[in-house]
Write a protein that binds this ligand. Structure first.
Ligand SMILES: [Zn+2]
Length: 205
């Protein structure tokens, strides 16, 4: 078990390849994930040929939060994890804390950014991403590793409890400007696959 300087329990993925923990005030919300019931999948919008996207995410989210808060004090942007194209996993936010990845259902959720610009997840992203999801479920026992919804036309019910994605939660949450293309349709098509892989991994733990 990992504890921070105050001796508080921290939910850090033990198999991570490193971390770029966000520190900018407002980029995440301490303690906002009291009852995690969903995983929200995203794509990074950078091509998979860019091999180290986690430090880029860290820098973009830090500066974006700093800038945005000048006009809107509540503004922030973040995700808990980046999964690189080769399957390496970096953590940015403790899963007990809320990341600001969507304008609906943002909390009690773990946000995962997969390196991709409308490309399908690589085999490594599927494999290691599923392992990450299994660990999240072990840390947060009310999370079920089942897919919510199937497309932007059928984004699932109002609970959004399970493995969902950015566009689904914003459509169901009636966000003013839902991000309809996050993640890309090829990743949406793989949500069932990664959920099955994650369930198998969870059963083996
Ligand atoms: Zn997104």
């Amino acid at each position: 078990m990992i504890t921070n300087r105050e001796g508080l329990f921290m939910a850090m993925f033990p198999d991570r390849d490193g971390d770029y923990m966000l520190t900018e005030p407002g980029s995440y919300v301490v303690g906002a994930n009291k009852d995690v019931v969903r995983i929200i999948m995203h794509q990074t919008w950078a091509y998979q040929s860019i091999t180290d996207q986690a430090p880029i995410n860290y820098r973009v989210w830090t500066s974006g939060t700093r800038e945005g808060r000048k006009k809107h004090p509540q503004f922030g942007v973040s995700a808990h994890f980046t999964v690189e194209a080769d399957g390496r996993i970096f953590q940015h936010v403790d899963t007990k804390d809320g990341a600001k990845g969507t304008s609906a259902y943002a909390y009690n959720a773990v946000h995962i950014e997969f390196a991709s610009r409308d490309e399908p997840l690589t085999d490594d992203q599927l494999h290691y991403g599923a392992g990450l999801m299994a660990w999240i479920a072990s840390e947060h026992p009310n999370l079920r590793l089942v897919v919510v919804g199937e497309s932007n036309k059928h984004p699932g019910d109002k609970k959004q409890a399970g493995i969902t994605c950015h566009s689904f939660v914003e459509l169901v949450g009636k966000a003013a400007h839902p991000k309809l293309t996050c993640p890309g349709p090829k990743i949406v098509d793989q949500m069932n696959t990664i959920a099955v892989l994650a369930s198998v991994r969870a059963a083996l733990v």
